[in-house]
Write a protein that binds this ligand. Sequence first.
Ligand SMILES: Cc1ncc(C[n+]2csc(CCOP(=O)(O)OP(=O)(O)O)c2C)c(N)n1
Ligand SMILES: [Mg+2]
Length: 578
Amino acid sequence: MGTVEPQLATASQVTDGFHLVIDALKLNGIDTIFGLPGIPITDFTRMAQAAGLRVISFRHEQNAGNAAAIAGFLTQKPGICLTVSAPGFLNGLTALANATTNCFPMILISGSSEREIVDLQQGDYEEMDQLAIAKPLSKAAFRVLHAEDIGVGVARAIRAALSGRPGGVYLDLPAKLFAQTMDAEAGRKSLIKVVDPAPKQIPGADAVKRALDLLKGAKKPLIVLGKGAAYARADTEIKSLIEKTGIPYLPMSMAKGLLPDTHEQSAAAARSYVLPEADVVMLVGARLNWLLSHGKGKTWGGKGHKDWGGQKFIQIDISPSEADSNVRIDAPLVGDIGSCVSALLTAMGSNWAKPPADWLGAIAERKSKNVAKMAETLAKDPRPMNFHSALNVVRDIVKANPDAMLVNEGANALDFTRSIVDMYKPRKRLDVGTWGVMGIGMGFSVAAAVVSGQPVIAIEGDSAFGFSGMEVETLCRYNLPVCVVVFNNNGVYRGTDVNPAGGPDVAPTVFVKGARYDKLIEAFGGVGVHATTPAELRKAMEEAVRSRKPTLINAVIDETAGTESGRITSLNPTSGKK
Ligand SMILES: Cc1ncc(C[n+]2csc(CCOP(=O)(O)OP(=O)(O)O)c2C)c(N)n1
Ligand SMILES: [Mg+2]
């Protein structure tokens, strides 16, 4: 098996599993590990740090996993999350599944217990068949049993995470592997530097022509930009496509800023008009899932909730099996987004006709009406502060700091921020994604700060914040330039529910009233601010961004201001009982 008995070799000739994993990661340009130490990976974290990797330790593995996932999205390198066996692995698994769902490249590396004991179910310390459990929740899952296979294991994990549609990969490293030794030179040769892990996928010329023919005939064309378009880093090509065609576009949440939200072709302020009215829709890295009402129903002008609205669809996607998942796709364009958009631009030629003026005019009219209405709402200064008056401040701060990263989760705190706060640059807005998952807040914030070096602003519902709130210690420990703003409305959606049975317990959606989240960060040496007015919020946010000190602002929001589930109230099942 190529292993060398330690007593037969001098120390300089021998390497081991610990070092081979670290060397394999470094060889592939991985410079950061997000994790949480314990048996069997404690020494691994020390050795990784000694070897020059940045090791960011968290207080809960789910947050480390979310950090890894968003680091992957931001860098096009798989983010690495490192955990202990069974419970640590399971804590990281939610983030891995979320990464797969969102097409974020990450690798969850978990130590595992002794195979012989696990497989005979003899009750080992933290016993669990982790590989089997990870498989259905990840894009791929691998286990390495022998030191000489570490190079292949890491290479396969990287390829699986990055190639085609990116996703979460699980890599199982049993405790025994770490101490296995082998000849150092043979070990070095066994490592693989992955060549071209995300190969370009060039679309077929016939598919390009089909898409352009359809687009050419459109009277009311629309482009929808998804998170995949943001990930692809084809920013210049996408901007050219939008501007050369003159077609109005809608950015999905994490595609905001791909072109500045203030771009005149953005139809975001007229979304509910353009979706049912459009006749040809080109999806760029956006899936027709629930976030786009499955491409049918009333949102799209269909009569009933499952009826087709009559649109023809062009879909640019790297996955050949994405088309037709919800409605018919008339022109699928399969390939990487950069290659597909470039091919369209080339085939379009130089005399592409702009969309009909009446379509653009109708959108412009709706837009200006809605923008004026919003400006009026934002100008109000109610006491207590509401989502709008607080977000008017956030909107100004982001405008003044367009390089800052914006992390966002909650229900109302999410929906209002998405629609009110304009983004000006690509990949600056990071949020709950495809699942609408709570808990990404502090993990995303840590990774955004570590990866970008830019100030981070996290707009958090008070419930959302609670899922990862303990990581404010992590923000302070690494002195990260993160400004957390907790929109404190005393609960999930609102703070006003009462116990229908009249007992002493409060309603299920209500928290301790008037909680002081700002005190939490002060425990660790960070800056805490209690803000009850837009002026106080503005001053605190400006100071946080300027000073780059870890800051938590407890922004007191009118507890009556929110709505049930924010914008997606209609997804709540209602009781049929009379
Ligand atoms: C992991 C997870 N658990 C539960 C939910 C359900 N959920 C959706 S939004 C939300 C919290 C909303 O409250 P808050 O963050 O305070 O935002 P608000 O609407 O009050 O601004 C919850 C618990 C979820 N999306 N994800
Ligand atoms: Mg709340």
